[in-house]
Design a protein around this ligand. Structure first.
Ligand SMILES: Cc1cc2nc3c(=O)[nH]c(=O)nc-3n(C[C@H](O)[C@H](O)[C@H](O)COP(=O)(O)OP(=O)(O)OC[C@H]3O[C@@H](n4cnc5c(N)ncnc54)[C@H](O)[C@@H]3O)c2cc1C
Ligand code: FES
Length: 512
C-alpha cells in the first residue's frame, strides 16, 4: 500500500482494507470524490445514501493518507480551545462548532452501529489538563467558554482523577469517543461498495476542471466526468493559492508503547502546552491469545520541512510519557504525519473559491480531521443536495479570517522567508558526503538538487524545486521524504509526490 507520509508504520496499518481496483478507463458519476480518507469516504457514503452515483478515486489504497496515521481521538473540545474559537468566530460560531463536532461523533457511532462495523468505537471521557505550575487560569476560562458554546456536563476538577500523575486543574468532557480509524474506514468502504459506489485505487488525479460537467484527469490518462466534484485530498490539489495562504502544514509525532491491560483509564488526555501532548489507550488482541493495551502519546509538532530532528522529538515524547506513565513497557510504534492548521482553528469545507459552484473541497483539519472529515461528509452532502445548512458559512472556504490576522501574517511571512533557501548553499559539499539510505540538498551553480543515495549506494537526483510554487524541499531523515517548507507538499526519496498541493513529482535529473 502507498504509505502517504514516509516509512514509519502506525498502529492502524495492519487493518484489513477491502481491495479497490485500479482505474483503467474513463468513468462518469453524479459525484466524483478525490481522496479516500475519512473526509472523502464519509462524503461518498452520505451522497450514496441519497441515491447519487459516486466514484471515489485515490492514488493509493483507501486510508493511505493521514487517516492511517491519526490517533483517532473523537472530540468536541476543539484543539485550539473555545476561548480562541469564540474570539475568532463569535459566540454563535463557537456554538455551531461545538454542535457540529458533537454531531460528527454521534454520526460515526450511528454509522458504525448501522453497518455493524467492528471498529472498537467507545465513548470515553476527555480531560484537558494544565501542568501543575501553569500561571494563568487557562482551564477556568476554557470551562466558561466551552459552556457558552453549549457543551453540557463539562466539569472542572483540581487535577486528573484516579491514580494519574500530578497535574494542575483540569476539565472533564463527557461523551467523547475513540475508535480504530482503519477498521472504521474499511467498514465505510464496504458499505459504499455494497451500495453500488465505486472506489478506485491507483488513480492519481492531476487536474480538476469545473463546468456544467466537471472533468478530471489522472496521470494514468483516464478522463472522469461528473456533475459535481469533491476534492478531499487532505491538502487540496485543485486550489493552488487561496487556501494555502490560510492554512499551514505541521508535522506531528506519535509513539505507541505497550502497557499492562487496564493500567490506564481509557480516556482522551490533552495538556494545555503549545504544542500540546495528546494521549489515549488502544486495546488489541494478541496472536497468541489474550489482550494488550497500547498507550498512544503524540505531540512535538513543527512546521513541515522546517526541522529534521525527528529522533530527538520521539525521544522527548518517550521521556515525557515514561515520567507520567511508569507502567510503560516497550515502545513498539513511532510514526509521524501531517496536519493542516487553518489560521482560525476550523476546517475549510464547502465550495472551492474561484470555481463554478459544483467543485467542493474539505481541508484545514486543524488536528481534528476525524470529526472535521465527518462534518465534511454531512455538510457537502447538504450543499450538493441544495439543502440549507447552518454550518455552511462557519466552514465556508471563502471566509476571510480577519480576526486571525496575526496568525495569517505570521504564517505568510514564514512562507516568504522559505524562499531564501534559493540563495543558501547545499546541506553537504559533495555527493560523496551523502551516506547510504540518506538524502541531502546539493548546490550546482544556480540549481538546487535533491539527492538520495539508496541502500545499495546508487545516487538518485531530482530538482529540489517544489512543483507547487517553487520552494526548495528539505530532507526528512525519519520518514525518508522530501518535505516542502512552504505549504506541505511531500515526496518520497525518489521524488514521487505523496502529498498535495503538488500533483507532479520532483523533476528527475540525469545522473552522469
Ligand atoms: C499523527 C496524527 C494524529 C492525529 N490525531 C487526530 C485525532 O486524534 N483526532 C482527529 O480528529 N484528527 C487527528 N488527526 C488528523 C486526522 O488524522 C486527519 O486530518 C484526517 O485523517 C485527514 O483525513 P482526510 O480524509 O482529509 O485526508 P487523508 O486521510 O490524507 O486522505 C486523503 C487521500 O487523498 C489521496 N490523494 C492525495 N492526493 C491525491 C491525488 N492527486 N489523486 C488522488 N488521490 C490523492 C491520498 O492518497 C489519501 O488517501 C491526526 C493527524 C496526524 C497526522
Ligand atoms: S508546497 Fe507550495 S511550494 Fe511546495
Amino acid at each position: 500500500m502507498k504509505n502517504g507520509a514516509g516509512q514509519s508504520v502506525s498502529l492502524w496499518m495492519s487493518a484489513d482494507v477491502p481491495a479497490s481496483p485500479p482505474l483503467t478507463t474513463g468513468v462518469h458519476a453524479d459525484v466524483c470524490i478525490v481522496g479516500a480518507g475519512i473526509g472523502g469516504l464519509t462524503t461518498a457514503y452520505g451522497l450514496m445514501q441519497e441515491g447519487q452515483s459516486v466514484v471515489v478515486l485515490d492514488d493509493g489504497q483507501p486510508g493511505s493518507g493521514m487517516t492511517q496515521r491519526t490517533t483517532a481521538h473523537l472530540s468536541n473540545e476543539i484543539d485550539d480551545g473555545y476561548v480562541a474559537i469564540e474570539r475568532l468566530h463569535g459566540e454563535s460560531g463557537a456554538r455551531l462548532a461545538a454542535q457540529s463536532h458533537t454531531s460528527a461523533i454521534d454520526w460515526i457511532e450511528a454509522t458504525a452501529a448501522r453497518h455493524s462495523i467492528e471498529c472498537d468505537f467507545a465513548r470515553v471521557d476527555g480531560y484537558l489538563f494544565s501542568p501543575p505550575d501553569e500561571p494563568d487560569d487557562v482551564i477556568g476560562k476554557e470551562w466558561q467558554a466551552a459552556r457558552r458554546a453549549g457543551l453540557t456536563g463539562v466539569e472542572r476538577l483540581d487535577r486528573l482523577p484516579g491514580n494519574m500523575f500530578h497535574t494542575g486543574p483540569c476539565l472533564r468532557f463527557p461523551r467523547q469517543a475513540q475508535f480504530h480509524p482503519m477498521k472504521y474506514l474499511s467498514g465505510l468502504v464496504r458499505a459504499i461498495q455494497r451500495g453500488g459506489g465505486r472506489v478506485f485505487s491507483g488513480a492519481h488525479v492531476t487536474s480538476v476542471e469545473s463546468g456544467k460537467q466537471a472533468r478530471l484527469e489522472t496521470s494514468q490518462g483516464c478522463l472522469i466526468t461528473a456533475d459535481a466534484v469533491v476534492v478531499a485530498t487532505n491538502s487540496p490539489i485543485n486550489n493552488m493559492v487561496t487556501i494555502h495562504t490560510k492554512q499551514a502544514a505541521y508535522i506531528t509525532y506519535v509513539i505507541g508503547a505497550t502497557v499492562p491491560v487496564g493500567s490506564i483509564e481509557p480516556a482522551l488526555y490533552w495538556d494545555t502546552l503549545d504544542p500540546y501532548h495528546y494521549v489515549r489507550v488502544q486495546r488489541r488482541s494478541l496472536k497468541q491469545g489474550g489482550e494488550q493495551d497500547v498507550l498512544i502519546v503524540g505531540g512535538e509538532d513543527h512546521k513541515a520541512g522546517q526541522a529534521d530532528d525527528g529522533e530527538a522529538r520521539y525521544a522527548r515524547l518517550e521521556a515525557w510519557a515514561r515520567e507520567r506513565f511508569p507502567m510503560m513497557e516497550t515502545v513498539e510504534y513511532r510514526w509521524s504525519g501531517q496536519v493542516m492548521e487553518s489560521v482560525d482553528g476550523l476546517a475549510f469545507i464547502g465550495r472551492n473559491p474561484g470555481d463554478a459552484d459544483n467543485i467542493y473541497i474539505a481541508t484545514g483539519d486543524s488536528g481534528m480531521g476525524m470529526t472535521h472529515g465527518t462534518i465534511a461528509g454531512m455538510l457537502i452532502t447538504d450543499l450538493i443536495r441544495r439543502r440549507e445548512s447552518s454550518w455552511a458559512s462557519l466552514y465556508d472556504p471563502s471566509r476571510q479570517p480577519v480576526l486571525a490576522a496575526g496568525t495569517f501574517v505570521r504564517e505568510s511571512l514564514n512562507v516568504v522567508a522559505q524562499y531564501a533557501d534559493w540563495t543558501t548553499g547545499g546541506d553537504v559539499k559533495a555527493e560523496s558526503d551523502i551516506s547510504h539510505g540518506s538524502g541531502a540538498i546539493l548546490r550546482s551553480g544556480l540549481k538546487k538538487i535533491a539527492a538520495y543515495r539508496d541502500e545499495q549506494g546508487e545516487l538518485h537526483k531530482c530538482s529540489a524545486v517544489c512543483p507547487h510554487l517553487n520552494c526548495i524541499v528539505a530532507w526528512n531523515h525519519t520518514e525518508k521524504t522530501w518535505d516542502c517548507p512552504c505549504h506541505g507538499s511531500r515526496f518520497d526519496s525518489f521524488g514521487k509526490v505523496l502529498n498535495g498541493p503538488a500533483t507532479d513529482d520532483l523533476s528527475p535529473i540525469q545522473v552522469e
